[in-house]
Design a protein around this ligand. Structure first.
Ligand code: 4AD
Ligand code: MG
Length: 480
């Protein structure tokens, strides 16, 4: 039985076996208290060893980090905090841990824990984060399943660059330096495993669209890879993305879906991860104490999550957002590091100004300039900017995070799509299968991608994306 279930039992002198890792052992002359955790909950269970019950040799070998099984009787706890505890009758040691075990019971910095990422699971903080991550992943599937979507598995190895941004990791079976060459010196991929150049996927969208053009409502949820060399607290080289794609949805339907979906999964965490969220909230409150008053956040973690669930997201066009940014009163001489003007790709400082200072709530920005967005987005015929200059794009921006979702209505007109593909210099030969959906029974459709780790960052209140994925992949970091 897991500790989370044992803690719910009534203490009517039941016999129990508790298995877990020792968090602390406190000894007194005639009694020893051992706190055990098995990861099923943030809560520990206390094993009480009365004088003489367990032999000295065994007791001596038990220290922080060891893994043990305690057999005994569940009794009402005399101490505060926990309703029940275990009176030990026998203890089996599965594995000892000496004093070099890095997760000793004291506060460790997140940097230290990142260096010990193989053992950081055994801390309260990371236990809480990964239980919440699990709950959010489960809620994602539940939301889509309950709303008539089919989970479509799209390939990890692909021959196309879905975003056209050239940030792909190559996949090849050639030995280093032994790749066969063409006469002009370029690599001869026809002799490679797949007979062509391939990479790890940057997005399952294009394949997802094929599914939506038959199953109507699909979603993907899988790892995606980007070789962008950005060492930030918001970027990973390997991250998980959720990408719904829906036939017959326009941009507004797409925004409604995004808002309803994000609110649902956050509410799910609020309903199902109370202990873990409260733990992380207290951790944040502790951290904030060292900050000056004006840098502390106005809302606690739980208040912030409830606020997002209970309030409408602000919706406005890119052009309207640029106006707001241009009119923003410069607090200092220079408000923004990057200059603002119509046509710029919004930098995170601009996004954060809109979300955190101006609207103080999540924002959905739409109708971006065509030139800064991907080739597949549907062109606006009517627009608040120059007609034809914008596309039916939407980005959802979150406080403390910036962009959490990117999506659009898709260009469903064959000729317009072809023109755009040629304009941006993509070889249509590589996308013949994608173009076929616009030739045979094309339909209006829309979709988006939610960066799963950015969602987990928001819900846990953590500050660095490396701390919300079990095995972060970032530049120079892929040891295990
Ligand atoms: O805006 P992006 O690039 O959109 C797409 O890939 C579309 N094909 C999605 C679609 O319409 N189906 O990425 C979507 C989201 C971003 O908003 C962000 O949350 C996340 O993916 N993301 C990253 N998360 C972590 N590390 C990175 N390097 C990320 N790049 C994007
Ligand atoms: Mg984007």
């Amino acid at each position: 039985m897991q500790i989370k279930d044992i803690l719910q039992l009534s203490p009517e002198s039941q016999s129990v076996i508790v298995k877990g890792w020792v968090r602390t052992k406190r000894g007194q002359a005639n009694i020893v208290f051992i706190n055990l955790n098995d990861g099923s909950t943030i809560k520990n269970i206390q094993a009480v060893v009365e004088d003489g019950k367990i032999d000295e040799e065994t007791l001596k070998k038990i220290s922080t980090g060891a893994c043990i099984a305690v057999s005994g009787t569940l009794v009402a706890s005399a101490g505060s905090g926990q309703a029940v505890e275990v009176l030990a009758q026998s203890i089996e040691i599965y594995g000892t841990a000496d004093e070099t075990f890095p997760m000793q019971p004291k506060k460790h910095s997140l940097e230290f824990l990142r260096e010990k990422a193989h053992l950081r699971f055994r801390t309260n903080t990371f236990g809480a984060i990964f239980r919440i991550r699990h709950a959010l992943a489960f809620a994602v599937h539940k939301y889509y399943n309950d709303n008539g979507f089919f989970y479509l598995h799209t390939p990890i190895i692909t021959a196309s660059d879905a975003e056209g941004a050239g940030e792909m990791f190559r996949v090849s079976s050639f030995e280093p330096n032994a790749a066969p060459k063409n006469e002009d010196g370029s690599v001869d991929f026809s002799q490679d495993f797949f007979g062509r150049e391939t990479s790890l996927t940057v997005s399952g969208q294009l394949e997802g669209e094929l599914g939506a053009m038959a199953l109507s409502k699909i979603y993907t949820f899988g790892p995606t890879f980007r070789a962008e060399n950005s060492n930030t607290t918001r970027h990973l080289a390997e991250f998980w993305m959720i990408e719904p794609e829906v036939a017959f949805y326009d941009l507004e339907d797409n925004m409604n879906l995004a808002e309803s979906f994000v609110k649902y999964v956050i509410q799910y965490a609020l309903d199902n991860c109370k202990d873990d969220l409260e733990f992380l909230q207290n951790r944040l409150l502790e951290e904030e104490k060292s900050k000056p008053q004006n840098e502390r956040s106005e809302l606690t973690l739980l208040e912030k999550l409830k606020f997002v669930v209970e309030n409408d997201f602000e919706r406005l066009t890119y052009t309207e957002a640029i106006d707001i940014l241009l009119k923003s009163k410069p607090a200092q001489k220079k408000q923004f590091q990057y200059e603002v003007g119509w046509g710029i790709d919004l930098q995170s400082e601009h996004e954060r100004y809109l979300v955190e200072k101006h609207f103080k709530k999540p924002v959905i920005l739409t109708n971006y300039p065509k030139d800064i967005k991907a080739f597949y987005m549907k062109q606006d015929e009517v627009s608040d900017a120059t007609p034809g200059a914008t596309v039916r794009a939407m980005d959802v921006l979150f406080p403390g995070i910036g962009e959490i979702i990117g999506g659009s209505q898709r260009e469903d007109n064959y000729e317009k799509l072809m023109t755009r593909i040629n304009e941006v210099g993509i070889d249509p030969e590589n996308l013949w299968w994608y173009l076929d959906t616009r030739k045979f029974g094309s339909a209006p459709h829309s979709g988006f991608g939610l960066g799963f780790e950015r969602l987990v960052l928001f819900v846990t209140g953590m500050g660095n994306i490396r701390d919300v994925i079990p095995f972060p992949r970032t530049p120079k970091n892929a040891e295990f």
